[in-house]
Design a protein around this ligand. Sequence first.
Ligand SMILES: Nc1nc2c(ncn2[C@@H]2O[C@H](COP(=O)(O)OP(=O)(O)OP(=O)(O)O)[C@@H](O)[C@H]2O)c(=O)[nH]1
Ligand SMILES: [Mg+2]
Length: 328
Amino acid sequence: MRIHRVNGKSLRDALERARALHGENALVLSHETTTFGVTVAIADAAQKVAFPAALEPEPAAPRDELARQDPGRADVARRLARAGASEAFVKELVGELERRGARGIGALDVAAELVADRVRLAPSPKVGQEPCVLAFVGPTGVGKTTTLAKLGSRLVRAGRRVALVTTDAQRAGGIEHLGAHAKLLQAPFHVARAPEELARAVAACGTVDAVLVDTAGHSPRDRELVTGLAETLARAERRTPLVRYLVLSATASRAALELAAETFQPLTPEGLVITKLDETREPLGALELALARDLPLGFLCDGQDIARDLHRPKREHVADLCLRGRLA
Ligand SMILES: Nc1nc2c(ncn2[C@@H]2O[C@H](COP(=O)(O)OP(=O)(O)OP(=O)(O)O)[C@@H](O)[C@H]2O)c(=O)[nH]1
Ligand SMILES: [Mg+2]
C-alpha cells in the first residue's frame, strides 16, 4: 500500500484534490491542519475517498466544470456573466469556442471576434446627402435630447450645417431644452407643435447637412402615445424620408428593454442608440436585445459630456462591452 499526502486550503479542498489525483477508491488515512491549510494522507486501496456527510461536495457548477476543461473558456464565461449576459448567451458562445477548438489565452481573442461578428452595426447617417433627417425616439429620460445634442455638436465641429427640430412641445421645458442646445450650436431651431407641423418644420430648416428631430419621451406602457408618434413621423415621411433611432438606456432591466423595444416597434427604428453605458457594468442586456431583434447599433453613449461621450460603434466596442463590461 502506497501512502500519499495531499494538501488543500481546507479539508474539503484537500479531499477533492485527493479524489482527483488518486481516484474514488483511495483510502483516507488521516488529516491534519497545518499553517498552510489541511493535509490528508491517502492510501491506494479499494475504498472510496470518504467525505464526512457535511463536506460531501456539491455537483460541480457548469462554470467549474468548464474551468476544469479549459481555463481560457471559463474566463470568457466569467467575463460574459459579469457583463450581464444571460445563461443562454454564455452557453452558446462558449459552445462555439469549443467547436472552434479555442482554448487557453487564445479563447478571449476568438470570443471577441465572435461577439463582434454577431452584432450588426448601422451604417453612418448620410450627412450632407439631402435630405438627411434623423429622428430620436424612445422612453422617457433615456437621453434622446442629449444624444441629439451630442451628434449636433460633433457635426458642427466637423464643419457641417445642422438644424434642430422638436416635437416635444407639450411638456414643460421640452422646447427650452433643445432650444438651449440649438443656441449653443448656433443652429436653426424649429418646433412642431402638432403632428401635421413636423414636415413643415423640417422643410423650414432649409439647406443643411442634417436635420435632427427630437421627440417627447413616452412610457413604453402607453401604446396610444407611441402610436400617435408613429403617425406623426409617418405623416412627415410622406414629404421627406426619416431615419429613426430608438434610444434605450443600458441601465434598464431586461424586462424594461424588451417592453420598450416591443412598444416602439411600430416606429420601425433603423438603429439602436444605447446610452448610459458609463452607469452600468452589465451592458449585455441591451446588446442581447439588439441581437434578438436584429437591431443594428447606431450610436453608443457613455456619459453626459456633449462634446465627448458619443461613439459610432465599432466591432472593438462590442467586444469590450461584452468581455469587459465597458467601452475601453
Ligand atoms: N451618465 C449618463 N447620463 C446620460 C447619458 N445620456 C443622457 N444622460 C443624462 O440623462 C438625463 C436625461 O437626458 P435627456 O437627454 O433629457 O433624456 P430624454 O430622453 O431626452 O428625456 P425626455 O425628453 O424627458 O424623455 C440627463 O441628465 C442627461 O445628462 C449617458 O450616456 N450617460
Ligand atoms: Mg428630451
